[in-house]
Design a protein around this ligand. Structure first.
Ligand code: ATP
Ligand code: MG
Length: 271
C-alpha cells in the first residue's frame, strides 16, 4: 500500500504506523496500513463498519495486547520508539496515550475521585492542595467545571451522558498524556453534547494530539485536520480485511479526494 502523506504540513509526527497487519487468531483484520499521526492536530478515522478503525486505534496504545489471539506485524513508532519493543512497558504507554471510549465509562466513584484516582495511582499530585488544583484544572480543560464544581462528591453516574463523557475526558487529561485516542466518543450523545465535545476537541489540540474514530462525516469535517478513510475488501477465502484507502488533509478528503471510493463514501453514496 502506497503511503499518502505528501501533503502533511511540516509538523512533527507522534505516531507512525509502518505497513501494519493485524490479526485476531487466523483472521486478518487489517492489512498493509501505513500512516503518520501529526503532533497537536486532530486526525479522524472514517470508514464503514468492520474496516478496522477501532483495531488500529487500540493498537496505538497496546490495548489489543489484552485480546486473545491479537498479533501485529509491521511497526508502530511512538516518538520514534518501537511501541511493541520488549523494553516498552504497556502500562506506561497507556498513560502517555490515553483512550476515550464510545460509551462513557466513569468509575463507580465520586466526580472528584474519578479524576483523582488515576492521578494518585500515577503519583501526579502529592498533597490534598495539589490534587484539588489538578481536579479543578482537568475539569476546566474538559469544560465541565462550572457544571459540577458544587457537587464534586456526587457519583460520576449522577451526570448526564454528555457530562459523563466530558468527565472521562477530564480523567484522561488529568494524567497528562501526549495523545488522546477517541473511539466514537459522541456515538451515544445528543447533538448539543456532541457539539460541546467537538468544541472541547478543538481546544484540546492546543496541548494534545488527538485521533478520533467517527461515523459522522460532519464531525470529521468539523474537527479533523487530517482524515484517513479506511475500507474493507474480501481476501482470498472471502474474509474481509480492512485497509487504508486514502489519507490526506480533511478538506482534500471531503472536497477533492483522489480515490473514487473515498468520493462515494464521503458523499454518502457508498455500499
Ligand atoms: N477481539 C476481536 N476478536 C476477533 N475479531 C475481532 C475483534 N475485534 C474486532 N474483530 C474483527 O476485526 C474486524 C475489524 O473490527 P473493528 O472493530 O476494528 O472495526 P471498526 O472499523 O472499528 O468497525 P465499527 O465502525 O463497527 O466500530 C472486524 O471484522 C471484527 O469482527
Ligand atoms: Mg469501531
Amino acid at each position: 500500500m502506497e503511503v499518502k502523506t505528501k501533503k502533511v504540513n511540516q509538523t512533527e509526527t507522534v505516531l507512525q504506523a509502518e505497513n501494519i497487519n493485524i490479526y485476531y487468531g487466523d483472521f486478518q483484520a487489517v492489512r498493509g496500513v501505513s500512516l503518520n499521526i501529526p503532533k497537536q492536530r486532530v486526525t479522524a478515522f472514517i470508514g464503514p463498519s468492520g474496516c478496522g478503525k477501532s483495531t488500529i486505534l487500540r493498537s496505538f496504545n497496546r490495548l489489543n495486547d489484552l485480546v486473545n489471539g491479537f498479533r501485529l506485524e509491521g511497526k508502530i513508532y511512538y516518538q520514534g520508539q518501537n511501541l511493541y519493543d520488549a523494553k516498552i512497558d504497556p502500562v506506561e504507554v497507556r498513560r502517555k496515550i490515553g483512550m476515550v471510549f464510545q460509551k462513557p465509562n466513569p468509575f463507580p466513584k465520586s466526580i472528584y475521585d474519578n479524576i483523582a484516582y488515576g492521578a494518585r495511582v500515577n503519583g501526579i499530585a502529592k498533597s490534598k492542595e495539589e490534587m484539588d488544583a489538578l481536579v479543578e484544572r482537568s475539569l476546566r480543560q474538559a469544560v465541565l467545571w462550572d457544571e459540577v464544581k458544587d457537587k464534586l462528591k456526587q457519583s460520576g453516574f449522577s451526570l448526564s451522558g454528555g457530562q459523563q463523557q466530558r468527565l472521562c475526558i477530564a480523567r484522561t487529561v488529568a494524567i497528562n498524556p501526549d495523545v488522546v485516542l477517541m473511539d466514537e466518543p459522541c456515538a451515544s450523545l445528543d447533538p448539543i453534547s456532541t457539539l460541546s465535545i467537538e468544541e472541547l476537541i478543538n481546544e484540546l489540540k492546543e496541548n494534545y494530539t488527538i485521533v478520533i474514530v467517527t461515523h459522522n462525516m460532519q464531525q470529521a469535517s468539523r474537527v479533523a485536520d487530517m482524515t484517513a478513510f479506511f475500507n474493507a475488501k474480501a481476501a482470498e477465502g472471502g474474509k474481509r480485511f480492512g485497509y487504508l484507502v486514502e489519507y490526506d488533509k480533511t478538506e482534500t478528503i471531503f472536497q477533492c479526494p483522489q480515490e473514487e471510493d473515498t468520493q462515494r463514501y464521503v458523499s454518502g453514496r457508498f455500499g
